[in-house]
Design a protein around this ligand. Structure first.
Ligand code: EPU
Length: 337
């Protein structure tokens, strides 16, 4: 466990932005992490997981701690379900595949989401009708300053749409070391095929829904729409889908009768930011070596060599344009550093 200086972060962020950490260390277990925190109590720290949900606009002037805690194990079991404990440093998609191979259900709709297990609760990852909170049991954490070990129940995590307590009131306070998920066993799976694209993909494949086929469908849909970070730098959806009042939505409908929406409550609807950005003319636009993805306007991309500042400037232009055209404020989903 060695602290390295001026460490390059380009391969550690899926946007592929060139930036450096003032100091960098990788930790492989909780006792190493405790030691690092204790010996570097007064330093500024930055916790790095899979680097899949951040845009680096500058070098990180801190001790970057890369969480590499591994291990997946079943810790409890009934006839219907299992509880699995997973190290924060496991790759999310590898965990999904591992669980499907063991016949455990619940994660199939969340196939191919980039990033690590430990970052999944921070933004309550979600896709195709399922969110992490639907399978989340609890997580173990360590306090960055005191080294105190603390468990958070699902309720304490205060999950919302791409939100949790770790992104808000407890931001930067706790490091997630392990995540516990409750998954279904064979015969007790609850499959989510309400998302139209999944149903059509299964039809196209001529397959009936199962945890394996839903995962296959989700992987196929994601591959069609979302760029692979190994090929084109990106952080998935750059913006969150905005929520507007029903009144504002009614007014928008008069001007844009084809505007899609998902009801949230009696008084609010969610509008897909991807649609707004496409309508504003940004889909597939490139500016030098960065731009807006051609198949999904919510995704900003780095074709190689773009700086975080350039991409952030584009994000601001998009936000201002959406505000001007639709009167809607869209906010980043990724953490801009
Ligand atoms: N749309 C467009 N143009 C676009 C993109 C989308 O018109 O360029 C329209 C689609 O036609 C559709 C609607 O927007 O009517 C929704 O599109 P889609 O189903 O692709 O989902 P999304 O709202 O764009 C969200 C998540 C994704 C997740 C998908 C599937 C957010 C911010 N994004 O995208 O999550 O994979 O739903 O569930 O909630 C991520 O968080 O990184 C991510 C990729």
């Amino acid at each position: 466990m060695q602290i390295l200086h001026d460490y390059p972060l380009k391969s550690l962020n899926t946007f592929g932005i060139e930036a450096y950490a003032k100091e960098y260390v990788q930790v492989g277990d909780v006792s190493e992490l405790k030691q690092i925190l204790e010996f570097n109590r007064n330093k500024k720290k930055f916790i790095l997981g899979g680097g899949s949900n951040m845009l680096l606009t500058k070098n990180i002037d801190a001790l970057v701690i890369n969480i590499n805690l591994k291990g997946i194990e079943v810790v409890d079991e009934t006839t219907e379900s299992v509880i699995i404990k997973c190290g924060a440093g496991e790759t999310w998609h590898q965990l999904v595949m591992h669980c499907i191979n063991l016949g455990f259900g619940g994660l199939e709709n969340l196939s191919l989401i980039p990033g690590n297990v430990g970052t999944a609760p921070i933004q309550n990852i979600g896709a195709y009708g399922v969110e992490l909170k639907d399978v989340f049991e609890k997580c173990q954490t360590i306090h960055t300053k005191t080294g105190e070990l603390r468990e958070f129940t699902k309720g304490e995590c205060k999950f919302g749409y791409r939100e949790s307590v770790f992104k808000n009131e407890l931001k930067g306070e706790y490091i997630i070391t392990h995540v516990f998920l409750k998954l279904s066993k064979h015969g007790f799976h609850r499959l989510h095929t309400e998302y139209g694209a999944i149903r059509s993909k299964l039809e196209e494949f001529g397959k009936s829904p199962s945890i394996e086929t839903i995962s296959e469908a989700v992987i196929a849909i994601r591959k069609e729409k979302l760029p692979d970070p190994k090929e084109i730098g990106n952080s998935g959806s750059f913006f969150k889908n905005p929520v507007v009042s029903s009144e504002q939505y009614k007014k928008l409908l008069e001007k844009f009768p084809e505007i899609p929406s998902y009801p949230i409550s009696d008084s609010e609807v969610k509008v897909p930011a991807g649609w707004l950005i496409e309508k504003a003319g940004f889909k597939g636009k490139t500016f030098g070596n960065y731009g807006v993805h051609k198949n999904q306007a919510l995704v900003l991309v780095n074709y190689g060599g773009a700086s975080g500042k350039e991409i952030f400037r584009l994000a601001k232009i998009i936000q201002a344009t959406i505000m001007r055209i639709f009167g809607i404020s869209i906010t980043p989903e990724v953490n801009v550093i």
